[in-house]
Design a protein around this ligand. Structure first.
Ligand code: GLN
Length: 252
């Protein structure tokens, strides 16, 4: 199971976002406190995307952050107002590669998925049938998260509302593939959308900064949990939560 995090505020070093806090994202790679589902470690890869205004760039590696001293140097030298970062614990049977590691970036969006679709790949066939062939042929990796991202990106290209698309995607996968865990994270650099469906999700907001993370990165007061089965729409100045309509329920 992965842990992921998105943050918007004043410009910050991209590397700080993974390193910051007593329970930093880098620490959550080997000592997460709130993991559910299968797996206990998130050491199969990590990725950091940074952006704001002119789109996103990313740095991804198929190893944990502490095994990549060059990453620390590079990411410490990059500052941006918006950062998304992920530590990956690959789902059994899914590839161990840089390209399978979120964040996936394109079209001004950064995306991550913490969880898995049960019955993969057959259970995602109905969704895949709605993705243009050109997008399927250029899928970044044979991983459930990349299919979810290709579907979402296709619909975002039609200018659909991301706050409606994320609940639709979660509900469709949850209903077609019961027991799936679907914590999604999406940002355009000005706002962060996140779902909690079978995994923990918390947020913290203060003085022009919003952090949305699988679990709190420190013990500071002010962290709030997003209830399971909900969508969060967050900006530095405003946070909204909405129940995801579905006939399915998130797995315990
Ligand atoms: N299923 C995805 C993968 O294998 C996400 C993994 C996760 O949340 N651990 O990359």
């Amino acid at each position: 199971m992965c842990r992921h995090l998105a943050r918007i505020g004043g410009p910050i070093a991209a590397g700080d976002v993974t390193a910051r806090g007593a329970h930093s994202l880098a620490r959550q790679a080997h000592a997460p406190r709130f993991m559910r589902g299968t797996g206990t470690l998130n050491v199969d890869g990590y990725g950091v995307a940074w952006g704001g205004g002119d789109g996103w760039r990313s740095y991804r590696r198929a190893m944990p952050p502490w095994a990549d001293p060059s990453g620390e140097t590079v990411l410490g030298a990059i500052t941006a107002p918006a950062v998304m970062a992920v530590v990956r614990g690959a789902t059994t049977g899914m590839p161990l590669s840089e390209s399978a590691c979120a964040p996936f970036i394109s079209d001004g969006w950064a995306f991550s998925h913490n969880g898995y679709a049960t019955g993969w790949p057959g259970s995602l066939e109905p969704l895949a049938a709605e993705i243009p062939l050109a997008d399927l042929m250029t899928l970044e990796a044979s991983v459930d998260s990349a299919v979810l991202w290709a579907w979402l990106r296709h619909r975002l290209r039609s200018d659909e509302d991301p706050a409606a698309l994320l609940p639709e995607l979660v509900a469709r996968v949850a209903e077609a593939a019961p027991g799936s865990r679907m914590n999604l994270l999406l940002s355009d650099g000005t706002h962060i959308l996140a779902t909690a469906w079978g995994h923990s999700l918390a947020w913290w907001r203060d003085g022009g900064e919003i952090v949305v993370a699988s679990e709190p990165t420190d013990d500071a007061p002010g962290w709030q949990w997003l209830p399971d089965g909900h969508l969060l729409i967050a900006r530095p100045d405003r946070v909204e939560t909405i129940a995801i309509p579905s006939t399915a329920s998130p797995p315990p």
